[in-house]
Design a protein around this ligand. Structure first.
Ligand code: UDP
Length: 236
């Protein structure tokens, strides 16, 4: 597969066209931002770790019956993916209160939730990715009601698969963000990434944060935490 024009450059990834209309190449960067771009920096080795962690988890999900955009890892920082039209929603799944939920509801971070919480945010940097609900999504036509039901169903399934898998590796899946896309034939599939940039991973024994919160909150040990996640998943 030949890498052609760059179609898009985001905060953490670039997307390239290929010589095949049904495939894109994703290239992961070491660049890191937080607070909607307010904080900028770089995490050495992040591109490679996020590429490899994402692909490892996407292959696991595929094996468990969740359709994803993953096709093939091309290099340490490049992956071949299926072309989709991204549904402009960030789907957030929460098992334990943390981050913006803890703040919004006045809960201590780490507080138990009686049930898994699903949230949607409209993907728009200029608006700061505002939280929206099913009615907004239908009113704006971002996804049909049937499509949103599929997205919610996959999100809960993904949560069960990943939580169980990570538990055995000594990691608690606190919360995470998913993005879905629509294939040319209209199927909804999982897209984007699943990495320490987009998930909260806490060590089961110590409660230590193994994710981007170390960068967001200037806690230090950022690279080490990302490496630790890769090591537990892949043994590298
Ligand atoms: N998240 C993400 N991208 C975003 C916002 C959130 O990947 O633009 C992830 C984040 O890493 C966390 C979960 O979604 O695992 C919930 O994030 P939260 O709403 O608590 O926001 P934050 O505290 O990161 O601002």
């Amino acid at each position: 597969m030949e890498k052609r024009t760059q179609l898009y450059e985001g905060k953490a990834k670039k997307i390239f066209a290929t010589d095949k209309p049904d495939y894109f190449i994703v290239e992961y960067k070491d660049d890191a931002t937080a607070g909607n771009g307010a904080k900028r920096g770089s995490i050495a080795g992040k591109g490679e770790i996020n590429n490899r962690v994402t692909n490892h988890l996407m292959r696991l999900l595929e094996k468990e019956g969740v359709p994803t955009h993953y096709v093939k890892e091309l290099s340490p920082i490049e992956t071949l993916v299926k072309v989709v039209k991204i549904i402009p929603l960030e789907v957030i799944v929460r098992n334990i209160a943390a981050g913006s939920l803890a703040k919004r509801l006045g809960l201590p971070e780490g507080a138990a939730l009686k049930k898994t919480v699903l949230e949607y945010c409209y993907k728009d940097d200029a608006l700061g990715d505002p939280m929206v609900n099913n009615y907004h999504i239908a009113a704006m036509g971002w996804a049909g009601e049937d499509e949103l039901a599929v997205i919610a169903g996959y999100s809960f399934t993904i949560n069960t698969i990943l939580s169980n898998y990570l538990k055995d590796l000594g990691i608690v899946l606190i919360d995470f963000k998913l993005e879905f896309g629509k294939t040319p034939s209209g199927a909804i599939i999982l897209a984007d990434e699943i990495s320490p940039d987009t998930c909260r991973f806490w060590d089961s024994k110590t409660g230590e944060k193994l994710d981007k919160d170390r960068f967001r909150r200037d806690m230090g040990g950022v690279e080490e935490a990302y490496h630790e996640v890769l090591k537990r998943l892949i043994g590298a």
